[in-house]
Write a protein of this length. Structure first.
Length: 329
């Protein structure tokens, strides 16, 4: 499934290439320089980014749902993605003046670092504001997410308003989500960060299983819940920050994929987290391919497609939760 989706993504583009040309380009024996450049410098990095970003967003959503014991904890809905977008947009906009005085060692990682801090800050604020003696409150979490998304949108709008003309399009990119504006060098630099974030999240599977019973019960089972929260926050912030810095805000992947995988594989995070990462990567590859096909010569931002697909799913999930809790309509 992963291989089929990746090959399909490599086939799509303005330059029509056959399977033989694609295979030769991947093996480094392509005589056509234009075909080799299209595959190795544009399509392959984009496909790799889609796989890793989708896997990261889905595994982050799954981990947050387990940590908060909240089925509605999606990185886009609760403001984690928006926090990362603000961090990246700040580095590109007002922060560009500050970066000029910093050592060049930050280089290509500057926006990823800024986005990671933004995501971690959003998660920490979300946890503090939604915490109750019995655990995180779903209504408080959703209201806090709305506030964070609104505030982040206002900040990005302010950065766009104050930006120079050539920066406006780059800043607006974070409000739509796309895989088209990530250069090959940035993708290659992001690969180790995304892989580390995914691995770090997967390593917390047993602890997240214990937290599903409640924090007190998890402590009795030997889980250091304070350390678990810190590690989940850092791993999710690193992953979401890196993904958002390269793709913009792509919503609902972290909500839809874990729920589908939970129906198929159950609630054991040892299986749920890897399945979410796998299907999240495949979903984003397929969605990115669709974004290049739907409008022909133009490309539809991928964030629009995921929102159109994810919003009805979210509404259906809300209806289900109301019925499960026997709340009046």
């Amino acid at each position: 499934m992963v291989v089929a989706g990746a090959l399909f993504s490599l086939r799509i583009g303005a330059l029509d290439l056959g399977w033989t040309a694609i295979l030769k380009s991947l093996l480094g024996i392509q005589e056509d320089a234009m075909a080799a450049t299209a595959v190795n410098s544009i399509r392959l990095p984009r496909t790799l980014l889609a796989l890793l970003a989708g896997a990261t967003i889905a595994s982050v959503g799954c981990a947050l749902q387990g940590l908060f014991r909240n089925p509605l904890a999606d990185p886009g809905l609760i403001g984690v993605s928006a926090g990362g977008a603000v961090g990246a947009a700040f580095i590109l906009g007002p922060g560009a003046l500050l970066l000029a005085a910093l050592p060049m060692v930050f280089g290509i990682y500057a926006m990823m670092i800024g986005a990671a801090f933004g995501s971690i800050g959003a998660m920490a604020l979300l946890y503090v504001l939604s915490r109750t003696p019995s655990g995180p409150s779903i209504p408080a979490m959703l209201l806090c997410g709305i506030a964070l998304n609104t505030f982040a949108g206002a900040l990005i709008g302010l950065f766009i308003y104050l930006a120079e003309a050539e920066r406006i399009r780059d800043l607006a990119f974070w409000t739509l989500g796309s895989l088209s504006r990530a250069p090959r060098e940035s993708v290659l630099a992001a690969v180790p960060l995304l892989v580390i974030a995914i691995w770090w999240i997967l390593s917390q599977a047993r602890a997240l299983n214990a937290v599903l019973l409640g924090e007190d019960e998890a402590r009795l089972l030997g889980v250091d819940t304070g350390r678990l929260k810190r590690e989940i926050f850092i791993a999710c912030g690193l992953g979401m920050g890196t993904a958002v810095a390269l793709t913009g805000t792509i919503g609902f992947v972290g909500l839809v994929v874990p729920h589908i995988c939970r129906i198929v594989f159950g609630t054991d995070h040892r299986f749920l987290l890897p399945a979410s990462a796998l299907f999240g990567g495949v979903l984003l590859v397929v969605t990115d391919s669709a974004s290049r096909l739907l409008l022909g010569s133009a490309e539809l931002p991928i964030g629009i497609i995921t929102a159109l697909l994810g919003a009805p799913f979210f509404l259906a999930l809300l209806v289900y939760e109301r019925q499960r809790l026997h709340l009046p309509v």
